[in-house]
Design a protein around this ligand. Structure first.
Ligand SMILES: [Zn+2]
Length: 383
């Protein structure tokens, strides 16, 4: 199916762009020896559930700081799909915005928009718009300028985002289809100053089966450009102060990489690879002990992005950028997520044997792509 191009408005791209500048080899440290007995005890208690035969124990105990993604840049968040920044890289990343003005600043913001979470991304994209019109504006000046009519501008940004998605939907399903109707009604609401995505995403999730996976993700990504509440944008704008670099730094903070305990730590979730998934601060911090069913109302894109994340992860393992101790990670996390979400999230993953095979093939300079393998494996599963 042909998807119409969306150019004028930034839809949050579903997959992170490879960072071509990241040529530094990833240093894989040996695992720190930790109190294996205590950890394994906790693991057994959580995972066994009386059904030893079907449970895999491929993972290993590790601290959140020792988990492999913590050593990597540009990791896609497993919940929102946005690109993440490591704590120690935050200032460097912010500095990239410091001396840019006008069109250069706008280009940089567009290129890096996936590093910002919804309210912060609204601020950055509006600043980009302003910088485009004013060649002398740096981020501080542009940010100041958009504060004068922030709500109106946010409204228009949200409308444009939905409009672009609606064009794609209309081109493929016609304007009378339910999804287009939903989007049109939402744009009317936005015109009246009613900014907030929760009602919208709840309706869109119901349309999943009537749309192709690509168009469903396009529509959901567009909806995720709308903040949960306009006050979140007001707050993000208000908190980012000082020079261009400190503004960028403040707006980047929610994208800092954290490690999520799938089964919450406070409920006995262990520090172990099976229970870990990389998530940005914005997705991890507010969740607390909220159930996945509740969480999915705020982040309906989570199952899609978790799938993207695991495909990314397994590709890194095949490519040798993540070491072979993580061969079982996909299978293990699939099980933990399935259990924790009560079957709402069922990842499609490669089993460790397949990963070994692909890695060997890669070593022999053959083409190895986990993504293709994934879809052919699923086909086999369905037969
Ligand atoms: Zn996130």
């Amino acid at each position: 199916m042909e998807i119409s191009p969306v150019s004028s408005v930034s839809l949050f791209s579903s997959r992170p762009v490879e960072n071509k500048k990241a040529t530094n080899p990833i240093v894989v440290k040996q695992p720190e020896t930790e109190q294996k007995t205590a950890e394994s005890g906790a693991l057994r208690a959580y995972f066994l559930g009386g059904n030893l035969a079907t449970v895999s124990f491929g993972g290993f105990p590790v601290s959140t700081g020792g988990f492999i993604t913590k050593k990597m840049n540009d990791v896609p968040c497993s919940c929102c799909g946005g690109r993440m920044v490591r704590n120690q890289e935050l200032s460097n990343k912010a500095r990239e915005f410091a001396n840019l003005r006008g069109q250069d600043l706008s280009d940089k913001i567009h290129e890096d928009k996936d590093f910002f979470r919804t309210p912060q991304r609204v601020v950055m994209m509006l600043a980009a718009e302003e910088a485009e019109k004013n060649p002398s504006f740096d981020l501080a000046r542009a940010k100041h300028e958009i504060g004068k009519n922030l709500k109106e501008r946010t409204q228009n940004y949200c409308i444009n985002s939905l409009q672009a998605a609606n064009e794609v939907v209309k081109a493929n399903y016609g304007e009378d289809c339910a999804t287009s109707q939903i989007l049109q009604r939402e744009m009317e609401k936005l015109k009246k100053g009613n900014i907030g995505r929760l009602g919208l995403t709840e309706q869109l999730v119901q349309q999943q089966s009537s749309l192709s996976p690509e168009i469903y993700e396009t529509v959901l990504d567009a909806a995720m450009n709308i903040p949960v509440d306009f006050n979140d944008v007001r707050k993000a704008h208000g908190q980012a102060n000082g020079n261009a670099q400190s503004i960028a730094r403040e707006l980047l903070k929610p994208s800092m990489q954290t490690i999520e305990h799938i089964h919450p730590k406070s409920l006995g979730g262990p520090n172990a690879t099976q229970n870990f998934v990389a998530e940005c601060a914005d997705c991890n911090n507010p969740r607390g002990n909220m159930s996945y069913a509740q969480w999915l109302k705020i982040h309906p894109e989570f199952p899609l992005k978790a799938q993207d994340h695991i495909e990314w992860f397994q590709q890194q393992v095949v490519d040798g950028k993540i070491d072979s101790r993580y061969d079982d990670y996909g299978v293990d996390v699939k099980e933990t997520l399935s259990k924790e979400s009560k079957g709402i999230i069922e990842l499609k993953v490669l089993n460790p044997e397949k990963i070994k095979e692909l890695r060997e093939a890669k070593k022999l300079q053959q083409e190895a792509n986990t993504f293709e393998e994934n879809s052919s494996q699923n086909k086999e599963d369905n037969e």
